[in-house]
Design a protein around this ligand. Structure first.
Ligand code: FAD
Length: 415
């Protein structure tokens, strides 16, 4: 570790969870940071998120976890069952350690907490900047080019945190392949009537073709009453058909599978209140192209099945900022970062790819196996602990895991 940490001029592309968290860490470490966002006003997209102890430990390092917890809803239990009442999983973070929990949060709450923090650090946020490519100069520095012809730079390092649609990752040939999943989801936010979803994520399945779920979120930025995310899985190819059939046909369909959901589904008065979210699986050739480095969903988008994407992006932000402080040069920092992230990211990329057909697919065998084995596994102590570690975001291999307590003691695995 150098006696004095090097100070760099760094551009971050994308003011999402990953980019904002990274801006917070890098600015606090003394780097000159510029954040570029394509929207005219940065804003969150989508409904809610489940944050894991890993993501919460990273937020704690920024001093932000308690602010977010005050706006959100702790999630202790996860419960999934089939329409016929077969328990598929019944898990409780507290079985891992009594102080651990997930956090159901509105995307706007997470965005606001991170955005206010970055603004408070006086990070320049350049909006309306659609970054499309970078150019490396003879001295190794880079400039960033926007779709409207503007340039920015030179920078010592450019970090791409522009999400799955990243133009930089495609442009710079870093993507090996990107496969969209055949299933997608409709997501929206509703009032949590009478504390239905308090403290637990609930899901109901019919084979893997139907998945309905609720996640408590706490407040929205404009309404202090308790809310929850409501989600409905569907084949992406059926989206237009579902919309054409009309909202009340969809609401009847929801109630047919889960009658208790009718009052929630009926809170929607137009399909436009539901976000249609498609997702995919990406494998990168490498996580950097010279001194352009890919982080968050730009580098490793995964299906939301395990609730890990934003948490992985937060971990990227912390570990990249630590590598830049520890190593004597940028290239060494990039190599250290790539090594440090490999096991964690590889585990969750494989696990989410492997799990998705059990919960969202046209397959018959995978949900048949699921209905007969997952509930049993939840009752076997070793399997249950591994399932909980997977959920908590700490796995780095089949028999290995990290401890978010190294990042912040509030989220250590042992009491
Ligand atoms: C339905 C669904 C449910 C999910 N549930 C969970 C969950 O429970 N828990 C969890 O951890 N994760 C979940 N995820 C995943 C999570 O949403 C993502 O992993 C996370 O948002 C990635 O953050 P990011 O900052 O890397 O990218 P993004 O959130 O995509 O942010 C990218 C930012 O870059 C900007 N941008 C894009 N292109 C450009 C450009 N060319 N120039 C400049 N700026 C640009 C965008 O406007 C945006 O602000 C879910 C995803 C989906 C779809």
């Amino acid at each position: 570790m150098p006696l004095l940490s090097p100070i760099y001029k760094i551009a971050i592309v994308g003011a999402g969870t990953t980019g904002l968290a990274l801006a917070g860490f890098l600015k606090a470490a003394g780097h000159a940071v510029d954040l570029f966002e394509r929207f005219d006003a940065p804003r969150p997209l989508g409904a809610g998120l489940l944050l894991q102890p890993t993501g919460l430990a990273v937020l704690a390092r920024l001093g932000l976890d308690e602010k977010l917890i005050a706006l959100s809803s702790p999630v202790h239990r996860l419960y999934g069952e089939t329409q016929r009442g077969t328990v598929i999983y019944k898990l409780d973070y507290r079985w891992l350690a009594p102080h651990l929990f997930g956090l159901g949060t509105h995307r706007a709450s997470l965005f606001q907490v991170l955005y206010n923090h970055v603004q408070g650090l006086n990070v320049p946020i350049h909006t309306g900047c659609d970054a499309i490519k970078t150019r490396t100069h003879a001295d190794g520095k880079l400039s960033l080019h926007m779709a409207d012809g503007r340039d920015a730079g030179p920078f010592d390092l450019i970090v791409d945190a522009s999400g799955r649609q990243s133009k930089l990752a495609l442009r710079h040939g870093a993507v090996s392949h990107d496969t969209p999943y055949p299933y997608a989801a409709l997501w929206g936010v509703v009032h949590d009537l009478e504390g239905f979803s308090t403290d637990q994520l609930l899901q109901r399945y019919d084979a893997a073709r139907v998945m309905i779920g609720t996640l408590p979120l706490g407040q929205t930025p404009t309404d202090p009453r308790p809310h929850m995310a409501f989600f409905w899985s569907l084949p992406a190819r059926d989206h237009a058909v579902v919309r054409a059939a009309g909202l009340s046909a969809w609401q009847d369909g929801v109630a047919r599978y889960w009658p208790l959901m009718r009052p929630f589904a009926e809170q929607f008065t137009a399909f436009d209140q539901l976000t249609f979210a498609e997702y995919g699986h990406r494998v990168m050739k490498r996580w950097h192209a010279g001194r352009l480095i890919f982080t968050g969903d730009a580098a490793h988008p995964i299906s939301p099945q395990l609730g890990q994407g934003a948490n992985l992006g937060l971990c990227d932000a912390l570990i990249l900022s630590e590598a830049l402080s520890r190593e004597p040069g940028i290239d060494e920092a990039i190599a250290t970062y790539s090594r440090a992230r490999k096991a964690h990211l590889t585990f969750y990329q494989i696990a989410s790819r492997w799990m998705t057909p059990f919960f969202q697919s046209d397959q018959k065998l995978a949900p048949w196996v699921r209905d007969r084995s997952f509930g049993l596994m939840c009752r076997m102590p070793w399997m249950r602990e591994e399932m909980l570690r997977t959920l908590a975001g700490v796995k780095t291999g089949l028999f290995r895991h990290l401890d978010p307590g190294h990042w912040h003691p509030r989220y250590r695995l042992k009491p």
